[in-house]
Design a binder for this molecule. Structure first.
Ligand SMILES: Cc1cc2nc3c(=O)[nH]c(=O)nc-3n(C[C@H](O)[C@H](O)[C@H](O)COP(=O)(O)OP(=O)(O)OC[C@H]3O[C@@H](n4cnc5c(N)ncnc54)[C@H](O)[C@@H]3O)c2cc1C
Length: 499
């Protein structure tokens, strides 16, 4: 039986990101993916929020996405736009890029890292014991792994087979989505009526002065809210009827590339770990696509889990480190679910909801609420509860321009190798991390600029910070003592080599 330290079921955005993280950490990882190629049927996610672009920047691959996508102030809450152009990040925008391109770019990165992918095969079941997991594949073969991670989407077989509950809310609304050809010129843009919100747009577009400008020709992406929650597999005649009901014509639709449906089903796995089996991405949480949070949350789950799982596999951490994955990421997705439900409720089309939506939009046009919601929707305000202390503790490390003895250096460049960093900003050699030097990069640097966090504002400059491989701050030095440092290093990166 072929063995791997970690087997990932599902090579969508979450599984690919996790595989890259594990490979960077030197873990023998493999993906099992049902699809024979990375080709994706359906449009799904339309882009990356600011924090996800930062995550890619932390690994040195942001340019691959930026060079293919279009940046815009496209974050919003229900219909209220949220401008984040004044945010302290190198990426204060949304990057418009369809999921098939995001997956292709991630698959290219994972390919360079030489992650084996068992394509065209499904995980059909598994059995776990005290030392590992036997993973059954649809071709009759089995794989043996120390850990199995279900990144296999909302209908996750791994979640079901692990017996993990998926509590939440049934759908209240559904929409048909499709990519089709039209013989007549459609009314491009968004339309609201008594049924709900509908949209027609060409697949090809550019963003000029913040406005979407569609190509003159080419295939059309259709989104039609249905009068009742649909349950059967939709086809071209359903789409034609829907278009006629809303626009009075079906614009001569033909040659669909795909037709599918999404709903606002909202559910979250009760636990992200069942012994040697973990869940990430849609396998752990599903919700309406409003606000564009799903792929972003999944990719960030992967970056939280990857380095922790690597340490456990390398036996440099106890298994209990994996419980911090649930402790940190479950609340993040729980908040996404609630805020997404709120947006779906605000998108209803009756007069009272419209009045409520206008009221919320008015509130969100004020500076403080705008900043808070923009920080939330962009993922820049994510805060892991690592205890009381400096505002940086548990928050993302900003990508500062440092000066080192070897010249200028960006913080994110230090994270390309996905290893922790102890950044000393005081006297060179002022912090003694030597007993952890085999695991932690020790960097002496200077930074004279402001320390500003999204939505929080300017914070006092620390004398040192301990940055985890996922870019979150695990310890902040506020004076010349090393109070709490040894404890933080031990908690996250194991006992000192001198111990
Ligand atoms: C209409 C729509 C619009 C959306 N818009 C946005 C948006 O703007 N922004 C955003 O962030 N998100 C958006 N999303 C959500 C986003 O598409 C998902 O959150 C994202 O795809 C989740 O990634 P994943 O890797 O966790 O799961 P998936 O993308 O579902 O990938 C799961 C993978 O596992 C494979 N698989 C499944 N079962 C097995 C098995 N048993 N064995 C092996 N392989 C298996 C599948 O083939 C698939 O490749 C949207 C979704 C929809 C439907």
């Amino acid at each position: 039986m072929t063995e791997h330290a970690v087997v990932i079921a599902g090579g969508g955005p979450t599984g690919l990101m996790l595989a890259g993280e594990l490979m960077l950490a030197g873990v023998d990882v493999a993906i099992v993916e049902r699809r024979a190629s990375q080709e994706l049927i359906g449009s799904r996610a339309g882009g990356l929020h600011s924090r996800s672009i930062e995550i890619m920047d932390q690994r040195g691959i942001a340019d691959r996405f930026l060079s293919e996508g279009q940046v815009a102030q496209a974050a919003g809450f229900a219909s209220a736009p949220l401008d984040l152009s004044d945010f302290p990040t190198r990426h204060p925008y949304v990057l418009g890029l369809w999921q098939n391109h995001i997956e292709r770019i991630l698959a290219g990165w994972v390919g360079e890292l030489a992650v084996p992918i068992y394509r065209g095969r499904e995980v059909t079941g598994f059995a776990q014991d005290d030392t590992g997991v036997d993973v059954q594949l649809s071709d009759g073969e089995s794989l043996r792994a120390e850990y199995l991670v279900g990144c296999d989407g909302g209908r996750s077989l791994i979640r079901k087979a692990a017996g993990i509950e998926f509590p939440g809310w049934d759908p209240t609304t559904s929409s048909l989505i499709a990519e089709v050809e039209m013989t007549e010129e459609p009314e491009l843009g968004i339309r609201r009526d008594a049924i709900g919100v509908h949209a027609l747009g060409r697949e090809e577009y550019t963003i000029i002065d913040g406005e979407i400008v569609y190509a003159d020709s080419g295939s059309v992406r259709v989104m039609l809210t249905e009068p009742h929650v649909g349950t059967t597999e939709p086809d071209l005649s359903d789409l034609s009827e829907g278009l006629v009901a809303v626009y009075g014509t079906d614009y001569g639709i033909h040659s669909p590339a795909w037709i599918t449906r999404f709903t606002d089903t909202t559910r979250q796995a009760a636990t992200y770990r069942a012994r040697r089996v973990l869940l990430a991405g849609d396998a752990a949480h599903v919700h309406s696509p409003v606000g564009g949070q799903g792929l972003n949350t999944g990719v960030q789950d992967a970056v939280n889990l990857g380095w922790k799982l690597a340490r456990v596999v390398h036996r440099t951490a106890q298994e209990s480190l994996l419980d911090t994955y649930h402790a940190e990421r479950h609340p993040v997705a729980a908040r996404v679910l609630r805020k997404t439900m709120a947006q779906v409720a605000l998108m209803r089309v009756d007069d009272r909801t419209e009045a409520l939506r206008d009221t919320v939009s008015e509130l969100l046009s004020m500076d403080e609420p705008r900043k808070r919601f923009a920080a939330m929707m962009s993922g820049l305000d994510i805060h892991y509860d690592l205890g009381e202390g400096h505002p940086l503790l548990g928050r993302r490390m900003p990508d500062l321009d440092l000066v080192t003895a070897d010249g200028p250096l960006r913080v994110f460049t230090l994270l390309h190798v996905a290893r922790p960093v102890l950044l000393n900003l005081g006297e060179p050699g002022g912090f003694d991390g030597t007993p952890w030097a085999d695991r932690v990069q020790l960097i002496d640097a200077k930074y004279d600029g402001m320390w500003e966090l999204p939505a929080i504002g300017v914070v006092t400059a620390p004398t040192a910070v301990l940055i985890r491989p996922d870019g979150y701050v695990a310890w902040v030095g506020e004076d010349l003592t090393q109070r709490g440092l040894a404890n933080a290093l031990t908690t996250w990166f194991g006992p000192s080599s001198a111990a």
